[in-house]
Write a protein that binds this ligand. Structure first.
Ligand code: LP5
Ligand code: MN
Length: 244
């Protein structure tokens, strides 16, 4: 059995070509050798709808690159992040990926893992949770996707600017996971280990809940020394992204 790999928070964008290059190398090298690849959200800096494939050459290249994996025998799964929650079936079909609900439980090498993007655990960030509820509403999404692409570009810029200015006023711990929510989610899912990204605070946390030890693996973003998690020989290990 090959490895199972987990990545998130690449935030791919044409202004950061070195991160895109690292991603393309990762697909050609490590991912191609894997049995499965799980992309746990925020693959893209922003996703304005699947017609972004017609407007943004990098998005098209990323999609084509991922699409090389399925014919090579690698099962690829995608979970939405808070930047690319508008990814839909056109992208999934083109990239040959299976879309996953957040959260999803998987079993690898006889062990269960709960996969999440991670934003749902940040429940102390009330303004974000309100924004999330609004933008995950199917009626909001339908109305938004009906707008002209250029209008969506402008709206997304406005939301990004507002998000950055609000983040500057938020305490650091508000933007991390809530320990009570982590405990509640682990309780609800039978005390299994979890893997998520979003917070850009890579770590391996040990939680003791109701007498059970649960490990919470937090994935790194890809902005500097990007890393991914690989499940090899029964153990999850952090791997460095491929060198130049
Ligand atoms: O993304 P990051 O890590 O910087 O911050 C997140 C939270 N912010 C977000 C917003 C995203 O950055 C921007 C998403 C753009 C996607 C656009 C696609 C659809 C656009 C189509 C055109 C409409 O997720 C941030 C968290 C932080 O993580 C840590 O967890 O704190 O949350 C916020 O900052 C949210 C603010 O508190 C509230 C945002 C208000 C925006 C108001 C716009 C309302 C109008 C919406 C309808 C058009
Ligand atoms: Mn995120």
């Amino acid at each position: 059995m090959g490895d199972t790999l987990f990545i998130s928070d690449l935030h791919l964008h044409h202004t950061r070509p070195e991160t895109s290059a690292a991603f393309f190398r990762f697909i050609k090298q490590q991912a191609r050798q894997a049995e499965a690849l799980y992309i746990l959200g925020d693959l893209f800096e922003v996703w304005l709808g699947d017609d972004q494939l017609d407007h943004d050459p990098l998005s098209q290249q990323v999609c084509q690159s991922i699409a090389t994996l399925a014919p090579a025998g690698v099962a690829v799964f995608f979970m939405h992040g808070n930047r690319d929650f508008l990814i839909g079936n056109r992208f999934a079909d083109s990239a040959k990926v299976t879309l996953l609900q957040d959260p999803t439980t998987i079993t690898v090498k006889n062990k269960n893992y709960l996969l999440l993007h991670g934003d749902t655990l940040c429940t102390d960030d009330v303004a974000y949770q309100q924004f999330r509820a609004l933008t995950r509403d199917p009626a909001w999404q339908q109305a938004t996707l009906a707008k002209a692409y250029a209008e969506r570009v402008a709206l997304a810029q406005m939301i990004r600017a507002r998000s950055d200015s609000e983040k500057a006023t938020k305490a650091e711990d508000i933007m991390d996971v809530s320990p009570d929510t982590v405990a509640a989610v682990l309780r609800q899912h039978g005390y299994i280990d979890m893997i998520h990204g979003h917070t850009h605070r890579p770590a391996r946390h040990s939680h003791f809940i109701d007498g059970h030890e649960c490990i919470r693996h937090v994935l790194a973003d890809w902005h500097d020394e990007a890393q991914f998690l690989g499940l090899t020989d029964m153990a999850l290990a952090t791997c460095k992204r491929p060198p130049q």
